[in-house]
Write a protein that binds this ligand. Structure first.
Ligand code: CA
Length: 222
């Protein structure tokens, strides 16, 4: 039975989410203040966190930053009335797995909760896996990347992107597929975040590793 932590100071919204999730068989806990979230996460066994941004004492961004700073990899879905693309990018860059804008339909939130729970489990089950492509080796357990035996540190999203390429070597992967896999969000198609991240990877892993396929996407050279 997945256990969901809901951090939301508006009781009407908190109880709406709680009721909906419980009717789907989830266990839920509600926290109404940003201040206590870290302690609650540490004391429980949660499978996912739904996090509001505007909270008393400590806002959601700060909570997220502290969680990730402690190495906590609990999946986080931000639920916020802030629909500005900069807030979304900041949330996702800050380590959130998804971002849902208020007002929202419960079905949408539920679909994203299910997706994130599944994604998380896949990663956890894949603990013994190593992916290789040419000189590139990804250890999915330690989340380490080596290229020609040189260890490269990659932040989570860059790692997820390399992982996507390594799982499909030589295949063209579209920007939409990368957005979906790495950010899991129905992003503004005009966003150039994928291109920006490919740029980061080329800098760290070598300029020739990822090839641009004009009008289609990117491909890992094999
Ligand atoms: Ca709020």
């Amino acid at each position: 039975m997945p256990n969901i932590l809901i951090v939301e100071d508006e009781s009407r919204i908190a109880s709406f989410i709680q009721k909906g999730l419980r009717s789907q068989g989830f266990t839920t806990t509600v926290v109404t203040d940003g201040q206590n979230v870290l302690d609650v996460v540490a004391s429980g066994t949660f499978d996912l966190l739904i996090l509001d941004l505007g909270l008393p004492s400590k806002d959601g961004f700060q909570v997220l930053q502290e969680l990730r700073g402690q190495g906590e990899d609990l999946p986080v879905i931000i639920l916020s009335a802030r629909s500005d693309i900069n807030d979304k990018v900041a949330g996702l860059e800050g380590g959130a797995d998804d971002y849902v804008t208020k007002p929202f339909r419960f079905e949408e939130l539920l679909a994203r909760v299910r997706l994130r729970l599944r994604g998380h489990r896949t990663v956890r089950d894949a603990t013994h896996l190593t992916l290789r492509s040419g000189n590139l080796v990804l250890d999915l357990r330690t989340r380490q990347v080596k290229i020609s035996d040189r260890l490269i540190e990659l932040p989570a999203r860059e790692f997820a992107m390399v992982e996507m390429f390594c799982r499909h070597p030589g295949q063209v992967i579209s920007r939409e597929q990368l957005l979906d896999h790495v950010w899991g969000y129905d992003y503004n198609p005009g966003s150039n975040i994928v291109d920006v991240y490919v740029g980061y990877l080329r800098k760290k892993l070598g300029s020739k590793l990822i090839e641009t396929v004009r009008g289609m996407g990117y491909r890992l050279r094999i």
